[in-house]
Write a protein that binds this ligand. Structure first.
Ligand SMILES: NC(=O)c1ccc[n+]([C@@H]2O[C@H](COP(=O)([O-])OP(=O)(O)OC[C@H]3O[C@@H](n4cnc5c(N)ncnc54)[C@H](O)[C@@H]3O)[C@@H](O)[C@H]2O)c1
Length: 250
């Protein structure tokens, strides 16, 4: 389906980004693996190449506009275009009630999750407009649909991601660009799994409110992202899809 397509995946060195990079590679896309972590990024390049696709690693801190412009420029230089953009890099912040956050902590979460995502959309859409369209998926969260204690700034940025997702969908639909978001609930990426293993109480609290009584798996998010980025989702634009076992349904 994605033969010869070119995808940028940010935060591709771990977790959801890595799972999406591998899934898109399985479907035949070539991947720009963008991450601040060289080690994680190179691991993903290897996994993508094992699927028979091409991959390049581009080191970038997405909170810095010039580094975002660079990953977009490098992708076009290497692969000629950008068909798909998984705008995903993010951090959750310190995990304390809001007023306990320092100004630096608030700024860091906004810088990576919100400014980083906006810079990515700006530069990628500029390329997609020149090249006749494309598809974008942004990573929101169930914390972008409802509030969540101890991650207030994170929740604010993930609500913001939904605003830009819908705006881009409306502004550029006529030029062939689609923009959607996924809103995962707690998903067992390696880091989350390790944390919950060390904190059985937190693990119980994460699962209890989920009607399906289990956490999400990275592959379940990757399946949805690959679908939204592909032709089968041609008439889905401006949607926010919870992948949360029913958590936000009640
Ligand atoms: N795992 C979950 O439960 C969950 C749930 C909802 C939403 N999300 C969102 O999904 C996205 C991915 O999360 P994950 O769970 O895979 O986390 P993760 O920590 O496993 O992966 C995040 C990746 O982003 C990279 N990164 C961090 N800061 C960066 C920066 N400034 N510039 C470039 N790369 C940077 C990290 O190096 C890492 O490889 C995030 O936006 C997160 O908020 C995760």
């Amino acid at each position: 389906m994605e033969n010869q397509k070119v995808a940028i995946v940010t935060g591709a060195g771990s977790g959801l980004g890595q799972a999406v990079a591998v899934k898109l590679a399985e479907k035949g896309a070539n991947i720009s693996v963008v991450d601040i972590s060289e080690e994680g990024g190179q691991e993903t390049v290897k996994l993508v190449e094992e699927k028979g696709a091409k991959a390049i690693f581009i080191k970038a801190d997405v909170s810095k506009a010039e580094e975002v412009k660079n990953y977009v420029d490098q992708t076009v230089k290497e692969f000629g275009t950008i068909d798909m953009f998984y705008n995903n890099a993010g951090i959750s912040g310190p995990g304390t009630n809001f007023v306990e956050n320092t100004i630096e902590q608030i700024d860091q979460v906004i810088g990576i999750n919100m400014r980083g995502a906006l810079y990515g959309i700006k530069y990628v859409v500029e390329v997609m407009l020149k090249n006749g369209g494309g598809a974008i998926v942004n990573t929101s969260s169930t914390a972008g649909l409802v509030g969540q204690q101890t991650v207030g700034t994170y929740s604010a940025t993930k609500h913001g991601i939904i605003g830009i997702t819908k705006t881009i969908a409306a502004e550029y639909a006529a030029q062939g660009i689609r923009s959607n978001a996924v809103a995962p609930g707690t998903t067992e990426t390696p880091m989350v799994a390790q944390f919950l293993e060390r904190n059985p109480e937190a693990a119980k609290n994460s699962v209890d409110p989920v009607p399906q009584k289990r956490l999400g798996q990275p592959e379940e998010v990757a399946n949805t992202v690959a679908f939204l980025l592909g032709e089968e989702a041609a008439y889905i634009n401006g949607a926010v899809i919870p992948i949360d076992g029913g958590f936000t349904a009640i």
